[in-house]
Write a protein that binds this ligand. Sequence first.
Ligand SMILES: [Zn+2]
Length: 170
Amino acid sequence: MTPTPLECPDLEVLFSELESGEHGPALKHAEHCPLCTAIIEEHRLLEKDLYRLADPLPPPDLVHKVMARVAAEPPPLRRELWTGVSILVASFVLGLGVLLTNDTALSGTGTALARFLVDGKALLEALLSGARALWSTAAAPVAAVLALLLFSSLFGIKRLAGNGPTPSEA
Ligand SMILES: [Zn+2]
């Protein structure tokens, strides 16, 4: 009942022997059978193609490579801009703090701010009324402090941006 050498084995048997690595009768037959050799070769190439398709898609270190490139490539200008923006925001918050801690203007601004927390539309009105109230009572010192904050933040941005490598300096 053993198959004659010329009789091609079932493909399932052939491939199972191929994958298990055991050199069974199907593979022994394939050694002398050009048809089965061709089938095995085709199967091998197809498998290789499948691996090649599936393999390079998610390189495990892709994110690390991208992050490293992002970290290395752009000049620190962006980070410095963010630093400058942070300084500006901090200055604004500080200025707002000056505004809010000024007791003569606080009554109007505080209630307006509370209203803003309830209704976002009141923000502009609150800021305007608060600023107006503050301006009428303590215009000069507030203006001086705000100007100082603004200039210091602008100088900070300029200084930070100046540290970056610029083509003209190279
Ligand atoms: Zn065969």
